[in-house]
Ligand binder design. Sequence first.
Ligand code: 5GP
Length: 136
Amino acid sequence: MEKDIFCKIIDGEIPCHKVYEDDDVLAFLDISQVTKGHTLVISKKHYDNFLTIPQEEMHRVMDVAQRIGQVEVKLLGARGVNILTNCYPAAGQTVMHFHVHVIPRYNSEEGFILEMKNNAEGLNLPALAKEIKKEL
Ligand code: 5GP
């Protein structure tokens, strides 16, 4: 099977601007820099996404993402941070290797726009909550 681009970065076949590395986790600057400091935190072992990575390994990645967010607020003067992980193409995932975006936010006129519209009309929220809850 063809290696995905992040597996190639882990194996040193493609260069990256590394900000953190340990035995399980690698973090590097996203090539697109939607805002200054936009960083990707990935698991070194291949998993497709957040929904398929084992919990303990996911926690290690999230710990590093939190730390990078804290440092970027302090160091780069970001006024906020978005922590984002896309799962499957329907949700915008383009690289099928689990990764967390750390996106520092400085002002409203920057490269990242997140819009959440209210679509609750017509939904039966008590029934929906009950349906989800019984599977957890
Ligand atoms: P996704 O859309 O899957 O959530 O995010 C994939 C991200 O990987 C994108 O933000 C894209 O800019 C980044 N990316 C894709 N190829 C490379 C690469 O070769 N190097 C780096 N540093 N980032 C990459």
